[in-house]
Ligand binder design. Structure first.
Ligand code: HEC
Length: 171
């Protein structure tokens, strides 16, 4: 009888030890994830979630295929003021007249920590497809060259040193 009890105790302690070993890393992992979630705003999370949806061929593009010359930038500016400034603001600070009505604020292109999450190809893709539930509309009616003209202009708003460099920007 004593032997049986001892066996049960031994087996039980193995089970408990096994559980502890399994639970420990899970708990640590959970904490780590929780901490990161707190650090990263919902806004940033939405941006990274969207990034995951963008096909790789757009993600890896480091430059726009349209040279950001005067003609391209002028055309980009014209379209931007007509169709984008209402949300993103004339200078790209995300402070257009319609900005307050949106749950997710429109991107402030001058906040490079945010905006450089998306490279030029990704910005182009977002223009054609919109960005899910953030309130960034899709603009499939803008033709492809003009979408690049717009990306060129947005990059120019960010300042000359970022021109056409997108995510090549390093902190
Ligand atoms: C109805 C308001 C609205 C309009 C109009 C609008 N946007 Fe947006 N835009 C948003 C919101 C909201 C987001 C998502 C917030 C974010 O990504 O930080 C966004 C995100 C973006 C992004 C991705 C973020 C980044 O910094 O790269 C780009 C690029 C962009 N918009 C470009 C444009 C361009 C170009 C136009 C005009 C053709 C335009 N948007 C018109 C609201 C708008």
């Amino acid at each position: 009888m004593w032997r049986l009890t001892r066996q049960i105790i031994v087996i039980a302690s193995f089970i408990v030890a096994g559980l502890l070993i399994q639970i420990e890393p899970l708990a640590a992992h959970g904490d780590e994830k929780h901490g990161k979630a707190n650090e990263m705003s919902n806004h940033m999370q939405a941006m990274y979630a969207l990034k995951g949806e963008i096909p790789e061929e757009y993600r890896i593009m480091e430059r726009t295929p349209i040279i950001p010359d005067k003609q391209s930038l002028n055309r980009g500016k014209e379209l931007y003021n007509q169709q984008c400034a209402v949300c993103h603001g004339k200078e790209g600070r995300g402070d257009g007249a319609a900005a307050k009505s949106l749950t997710t604020p429109p991107a402030n292109f001058l906040d490079l920590e945010h905006s450089s999450i998306y490279g030029p190809g990704e910005k182009f893709w977002i223009l054609g497809n919109g960005s899910g539930d953030t309130g960034m509309p899709a603009f499939p009616q803008i033709d492809l060259v003009d979408r690049w003209n717009l990306v060129n202009y947005v990059l120019e708003l960010q300042g000359p040193e970022n021109m056409n460099q997108g995510q090549m920007h390093h902190h």
